[in-house]
Design a protein around this ligand. Structure first.
Ligand code: C2E
Ligand code: CA
Ligand code: CA
Ligand code: CA
Length: 274
């Protein structure tokens, strides 16, 4: 019986979710990745005037692990969020993004923050210290935060957003329409930008529902005096439909993939990356 028990444990161990083991490796590896220079940022341009003008770049994290190759942020950000590593990681991202922003003539950088970062004590003060250290004006930095992070404690979130904007930072709600914030809350949030989730843009040409939602968000944004960015624009049809609907800004592979910093600088200076 003892033997069988031991075997059972072994079997369980070996069949233990590949994904659980992978997560554990990620957690350990991520701690060293920063020090080893395995992390980098790429920058996806955000366009105004139907693609004629670059107004900003969204910083997107990349991890090239010697063990696993390229690991998507969709995979490791949740692990970093759970383990608390997100704070050190996030600080690194902000510092790196601000260094890049210094090289652009007029564009700002838009950085993603996870809910745990947003809830951190001294979140605003920390950002103020970071822009000061970098010698960058706060309006060079946009904070992208999902509705879910804002919904958890709407009153506290509203206060944080208010203070961010008072300090001069820009604020965007990311993946708008997919989270849990209510219009009631939106009303109390100090914002600059709504980013329409790519799933709605993707569905626009196929389903009346997606098209209706895209139109509604654009109208809502305009009525509230906000910029509206459509994400995940992948073809000319979508671009035209968004332009007709009055969408002020667009982002997606059709316009440009995320770029390494040098290419982003070239594009920002009015050159071409092609
Ligand atoms: P997100 O903020 O919604 O970023 C947009 C994602 O869509 C990016 O994926 C981008 O590469 C991808 N994308 C851009 N254009 C297109 C397109 O035309 N079609 C499609 N299908 N996708 C497009 P990525 O870089 O893999 O990032 C995934 C997510 O990871 C991000 O989603 C964001 O939530 C998170 N993330 C990335 N970098 C950071 C970071 O520095 N900090 C935090 N906290 N989260 C990050
Ligand atoms: Ca984003
Ligand atoms: Ca998004
Ligand atoms: Ca997304």
């Amino acid at each position: 019986a003892k033997r069988a028990g031991r075997n059972l444990v072994r079997v369980f161990d070996e069949s233990m979710d590949e994904s659980v083991r992978f997560r554990r490796q990620i957690e350990t590896g991520l701690g060293q990745a920063m020090a080893n220079g395995e992390l980098s940022l790429v920058y996806q341009p955000i366009f105004a005037r139907g693609g004629l003008e670059v107004v900003a770049f969204e910083a997107l994290l990349r991890w090239c692990s010697p063990e696993h190759g390229m690991i998507s942020p969709g995979m490791f950000i949740p692990v970093a969020e759970e383990s608390g590593l997100i704070h050190d990681l996030g600080d690194w991202v902000v510092e790196e993004a601000l260094e890049a922003a210094k090289r652009w003539p007029g564009q700002f950088v838009s950085v993603n923050f996870s809910p745990r970062q947003f809830r951190r004590q001294n979140f605003v003060a920390q950002l103020v210290a970071q822009v000061q250290r970098a010698g960058v004006s706060p309006n060079q930095l946009q904070i992208e935060i999902t509705e879910t992070a804002l919904a958890e404690n709407a009153e506290r979130a509203a206060d944080t957003l208010y203070r961010l904007r008072q300090m001069g930072f820009r604020v965007a709600i990311d993946d708008f329409g997919t989270g849990y914030s209510s219009l009631y809350n939106i009303r109390t949030f100090a914002l600059d930008t709504l980013k329409i989730d790519s799933s709605f843009v993707d569905g626009m040409g196929r389903e009346r529902e997606s098209a209706a939602i895209v139109h509604s968000i654009i109208h809502l944004g305009r009525a509230l005096g906000l910029e509206v960015v459509a994400e995940g624009v992948e073809n000319e049809t979508q671009l035209q439909a968004l332009r007709l609907a009055g969408c002020s800004q667009v982002q997606g592979y059709y316009l440009s993939p995320p770029l390494v910093a040098d290419d982003a600088v070239r594009l920002a200076e009015g050159g071409s990356v092609l």
